[in-house]
Design a protein around this ligand. Sequence first.
Ligand code: TK8
Length: 345
Amino acid sequence: MKKVFALVLSVLLIGFLAACSGGQSASGTDGEDESASGEKVIKAGIGLNQDHPQYKGLLKFKEIVEEKTDGSITVDTYHSGQLGDDRSMTEALQLGTQEVVIPSTAPLANFVPEFSVFDIPFLFPNEQVADEVLAGDTAQGLLTKLEEQNLVGLAYWENGFRDLTNSERAVASIDDFDGLKIRTMENDLHLDAFKALGANPTPMAFTELFTALQQGTVDGQENPYATIYLEKFYEVQDHVSNTHHIYSPFVFLMSKSFFDGLSEEEQQIVKDAALEAGEHQRKLNREANEEYVQSLQDEGMTYTEISDENRQEMVDAVQPVIEEYKEDIGAETVDAIFEEVEQAQ
Ligand code: TK8
């Protein structure tokens, strides 16, 4: 009798524990692919944390979609790499185990090489030109190319101008890059550009970056101020320079198999929501990037302005890399983007 009681008790206990450990999303729903009434569920993941404008933009997307579909689509949101890094989450969309991710374009170039055009250093002189070119034919055409990879690119969002931090020295000129172990995104053009600047770059997923900085595996990294501040890199980095060496877009990606399963009306709703939430995110991101330059100094980081003359030295040093990658990216895409940058100025 005792054995039967123990067996029943253990079965009940296992059931109870399983119910408690269901993948609870940050937005409070149960993270299942289909809700109880068979409604559609979008599992959406990002790598940055809940304080970043990217997550606030994702919450805006959730709000719009759930309101406009009257709850027939719910959005479960996950931040801080809970579902993986940019590359692994993009692969999850291809497999159909996740519905949305918003990666930087750099890792996306591993799926569609033409996206590396946005990794050309010093391509965009300012945000206004970036906005105009991303709304232009070439950038919009790249979104269409994603469909060959079972991905739908619904909108460009903003990561922003990338700036260098490190724990070794203030970087004011190209000579100061010498030998610095810099983490870059997983993108060959980024790697070779930093080698051309004299650094010793290492590609790494964002989810591993803070620990690598903390342990000294790498000396530095490069990201927009909002990321540097909100991910608390100031706790493990001493110096920041306004290199502004690359403007990174994000792409709001949806699994094509999921998107194709939506009604025409639902497809229009998620498209419009990604665009509207992107405008909201871009506004928050620009305010944040302005605000956090001072915040980083308040947290004890040295801030170094790169002079125009010193920045020109960096621009000159990376030109051979741009020439080398032109064919890999697609000469037509590179020429078209440069033409559109010229027209937008
Ligand atoms: C976050 C990344 C991050 C990017 C990087 O998932 O990897 O440094 O700038 O924002 O997409």
